[in-house]
Design a protein around this ligand. Structure first.
Ligand SMILES: [Fe+2]
Length: 408
């Protein structure tokens, strides 16, 4: 399979709520296979760092999720495709048993890619049987499985880009990839008056407002002081000014942990940026290309976003400030996830789901920061204003961008 004849990695249908559960299930599952169809067997085997996973593993793990949480407990007589997969493709669910070590996912040359595709289709046939019979008892779990799979579709795009970036011949993982919309240079500030605001998602079980992950609930009130927040993202030109002004060599701009990380990692620019003969290039899914000063800066860690904000005489927004102002943003969604300086924590009254699936979000509520919005790699229909993405502060292989805020 050749990359230059393959379908675009970016093609993915929206998860439209009005469609039947079976139709949406089929669409989401097909979208994952469409991503992998653009890649060779060797591409799908790569694991470029412990935080990333092989495409093969993503394809299998998303199937394992349906098998473990939907089919085994709910479809009488369901036969597991291969009992060994229970360990190989369990990500982090301690409650359901042992797990293959994450940094060694790339060592799994077997099962082969074709076996994993057969596994997917085995799970798909059984899920179709369950939906046709009566899915009412496990509809919410199937919904969770679909949104989980969409999260992995973005991870697939992140991970394959990172893997290809490590190849000195700089191949394109998605030659047809189109850069997201540019950032218009005349930034404006939205001012928000102090007051009591409501954020978060009403519990879908109670309010029927559509899907939300448990970490978005419950909706609650929060007091905000006067603030202002940028209507658009920080562009690459502004970030180049930060670099030219010694941004990576001025410790007064950096958090202590960030400064130590930047030194130990040798950071002098965002991930995937390289300076050639006086000009910056970025490694994109379409391969290396010149940086457009009006494109959104992305692939920055929290530490870099924070240092940039300090240099710019501003700060990063809290997640509540972001959510309250989101309806007024020019680029809230579809370009890059936006760092906030909110710790990823439980909302007041948060209750994780019961059982092993309760491990989905809650146990990660430590040592991470919240990002809001969505990116060009987020599947259509997967984003919403209450969505809470989260990463450790040093991570930067995701499509992470910067939106500034300040006191009004
Ligand atoms: Fe997962």
């Amino acid at each position: 399979m050749r990359l230059d004849r393959a379908p675009s990695l970016s093609a993915a249908p929206a998860l439209v709520p009005g469609l039947s559960l079976q139709t949406r299930y089929s669409q989401v599952r097909a979208a994952s296979e469409a991503i992998s169809a653009a890649l060779s067997d060797e591409d799908c085997q790569l694991q470029s760092m412990p935080d990333a996973s092989p495409i093969k593993w993503h394809l299998a793990h998303t199937s394992w999720f349906f098998e473990t949480f939907v089919l085994v407990p709910n479809l009488p007589g369901y036969a597991c495709f291969d009992p060994a997969f229970a360990v190989l493709f369990n990500s982090y669910y301690v409650g359901v048993g042992d797990r293959h070590p994450r940094p060694e996912r790339g060592m799994l040359s077997r099962p082969s890619r074709s076996e994993i595709i057969a596994y997917r289709h085995h799970v798909d046939a059984a899920t179709a049987q369950l939906i046709a019979a009566d899915a009412s008892a496990c509809r919410e779990l199937i919904e969770l499985g679909l949104h989980h799979e969409q999260q992995h579709q973005e991870l697939m795009r992140m991970d394959i880009l990172h893997a290809f970036s490590r190849n000195p011949t700089a191949p394109a993982c998605d030659p047809a990839w189109q850069a997201p919309p540019r950032v218009a240079p005349d930034r404006r500030w939205h001012t928000v008056a102090a007051g009591l605001y409501r954020i978060g998602h009403d519990n879908p079980e109670q309010a029927g407002e559509g899907f939300a992950f448990d970490n978005e609930t419950p909706a609650h009130r929060i007091w905000l002081e006067d603030y202002r927040i940028a209507d658009r993202l920080v562009n690459a030109g502004a970030y180049q000014d930060f670099i030219a002004d010694g941004g990576y060599s001025r410790p007064e701009l950096w958090l202590s942990d960030g400064w130590a990380t930047a030194i130990s990692e040798g950071w002098n620019a965002p991930l995937y940026w390289q300076r050639g003969d006086g000009a910056w290039t970025i490694f994109s899914p379409a391969g290396p290309r010149p940086i457009d000063p009006d494109e959104a800066v992305m692939h920055v860690s929290y530490y870099e976003a924070d240092a940039f904000a300090r240099w710019a005489g501003a700060r990063l927004p809290t997640e509540a400030e972001w959510e309250v102002a989101a309806p007024r943003f020019a680029q809230g969604f579809g370009v890059g996830w936006q760092w906030t300086h909110s710790a990823y924590n439980a909302y007041p009254g948060f209750r994780p789901a019961t059982g092993a699936v309760g491990e989905y979000n809650g146990k990660f509520m430590i040592n991470q920061l919240v990002l809001r919005g969505s990116s060009w790699a987020t599947p259509p229909g997967h984003a919403r204003a209450t969505y809470r993405n989260f990463f450790p502060p040093a991570a930067r292989w995701m499509m992470s961008a910067i939106r500034l805020a300040d006191q009004a």
